[in-house]
Ligand binder design. Structure first.
Ligand SMILES: NC(=O)C1=CN([C@@H]2O[C@H](COP(=O)(O)OP(=O)(O)OC[C@H]3O[C@@H](n4cnc5c(N)ncnc54)[C@H](OP(=O)(O)O)[C@@H]3O)[C@@H](O)[C@H]2O)C=CC1
Ligand SMILES: O=C(O)CCC(=O)C(=O)O
Length: 437
């Protein structure tokens, strides 16, 4: 047989990622936004090809003996997108919507987020496909401990540091720390952030994301010449992020016209009592069902359509779509949630002059105080709430100003400008390390 001199058509078989995460519509949309920034930056094609894919993907089976005696096997994920700037960092989500595409997409977002606000951290995300509300306390603890054991080979205080996200909270982080420490045979508080203060957590981590959202709203309002105390606002999602953001807005004198949780929306153009709603949720297992004031409608999306100055999506992703964008009636869209706005809606809202504070900046307060927690834990010296608050505000305000500057120089949107800043830093670091030189 004679050897062919014709060039090979491809160096490799079709990308296996295409079948795993690349085919996911959520992942494709994240890459679409990344590609816009790549074009603006004229990023080297080799670097872009590397950054389009996660560095490591782990899929685990998580068996849990349920209270009725049968064993349910859940699917869990930990995806490490990039650790050029520091250890992988990102939350763990419990939701029925969790799949590999979503986790890969959120992990990539974490890389741009940590880089944008200048943290010495990379990007990762984890999750389990489960509706945590269907599980008993014991079942959810067992699930968390078994998931932790399964991902333990790739997490650690200097490698990959999980934190809370939708469906998880301080108590899950305490279980993760305890399980990981037991496996190591020594206390390892630095393996997670977002822990209860009593077990090495930081003051203000619980409030950090919601506070950060409102610090960004303050900056946007200043930029647009709006007085926050005279604004109306609506919040979609009333958990960790949404409830704190609502309290912060109310503390500035802004009027809350709508809030929603998974069970529906509460709407009142005359104004809702945010403190009373928070208290109600706290004493009713997190739900707003049965709260007396305002009209309660079954569809939570109605909160997004309320006429307001500031709209804060703070629940799940992909809620503002090409189909419903025309119903959004706000001046500032503050993305507390990760990826709430789909690409078609993003374009439409920008064309209508809505000022969008993109998720990678707007909700970066959480990971920023997670970083503070990691640093404080390493030093065994803890800062006061005031110190943390000032540092948080300063980091977000600086990043906001840099985003405006980038918008001006690149002539692009807030979202692409924020992504450009994050991507540029990762590119710089990768080159400094001799990659793609
Ligand atoms: N926690 C953090 O530090 C950070 C969170 N984020 C992002 O913020 C968002 C919210 O996270 P977090 O507050 O921690 O999550 P929580 O689990 O604390 O709260 C989620 C809230 O959203 C509601 N919700 C869930 N699904 C829907 C739905 N389909 N429609 C309306 N409301 C819904 C929940 O209602 P119910 O309680 O009734 O189920 C709950 O009120 C997520 O996108 C997350 O990725 C971003 C950065 C950091
Ligand atoms: O606090 C962290 O480390 C990560 C929070 C997170 O998951 C996010 O910002 O989306």
């Amino acid at each position: 047989m004679t050897e062919s001199t014709a060039p090979r058509r491809s160096y490799r078989a079709p990308d296996p990622g295409e079948h795993l995460w690349g085919a996911s519509p959520i992942y494709r949309r994240t890459v679409e936004n990344f590609n816009k920034a790549v074009e603006v930056l004229k990023l080297d094609a080799n670097v872009a090809a590397r950054l389009r894919r996660p560095e490591r993907v782990l899929v685990v089976s998580v068996p849990v003996r349920m209270d009725d005696g049968h064993v349910e096997v859940f699917t869990g994920y930990r995806v490490q997108h990039n650790d050029s700037c520091g250890p992988y960092k990102g939350g763990i989500r419990y939701s029925v919507d969790v799949d590999l595409g979503e986790v890969c997409s959120l992990a990539m977002q974490m890389t741009w987020k940590t880089a944008l606000v200048g943290l010495p951290l990379g990007g990762a995300k984890g999750g389990v496909s489960v509706d945590p509300r269907m599980l008993s306390y014991r079942e959810v603890q067992d699930l968390t401990r078994r998931y932790t054991s399964e991902i333990s080979p790739i997490i650690g205080p200097e490698t990959d540091i999980p934190a809370p996200d939708m469906g998880t909270s301080e108590r899950h982080m305490a279980w993760i720390m305890d399980t990981y420490s037991a496996r190591q045979g020594k206390l390892s508080q630095g393996v997670v952030t977002g822990k209860p203060v009593d077990v090495g957590g930081s003051l203000l981590r619980r409030e950090a994301t919601g506070k950060g959202v409102v610090y960004c709203i303050d900056e946007a309002a200043k930029h647009l010449g709006i007085d926050v105390s005279k604004t109306t606002f609506a919040v979609h999602g009333f958990g960790n992020v949404g409830s704190v953001a609502a309290l912060e807005m109310a503390a500035r004198g802004a009027k809350c016209v709508a809030v929603a949780d998974v069970g529906g929306a509460l709407i009142d153009p005359r104004g809702l009592d945010v403190a009373a709603i928070v208290k109600y949720a706290e004493t009713h297992n997190g739900t707003l069902d049965g709260f007396a004031d305002g009209s309660r409608v079954a569809d939570p999306l109605q909160a997004l359509y309320a006429k307001c100055d500031v709209l804060i999506p703070a629940a799940t992703g992909n809620v503002i779509t090409g189909e419903n964008a025309h119903k959004i009636d706000c001046r500032i869209l503050a993305e507390g949630a990760n990826a709430p706005t789909m690409v078609a809606a993003d374009t439409e809202l920008q064309n209508r002059g809505v000022f969008i504070i993109p998720d990678v900046l707007c909700n970066a307060g959480g990971v920023t105080v997670s970083y503070f927690e990691w640093v404080q834990g390493g030093m065994h010296f803890f800062w006061s709430a005031d110190e943390i608050d000032q540092r948080l505000r300063s980091i977000l305000t600086t990043a906001f100003a840099r985003m405006l500057e980038e918008m001006k120089t690149s002539g692009t949107s807030t979202r692409v400008a924020a992504l450009c800043l994050g991507i540029k830093r990762v590119d710089r670091v990768m080159r400094a390390r001799g990659l793609f030189a």
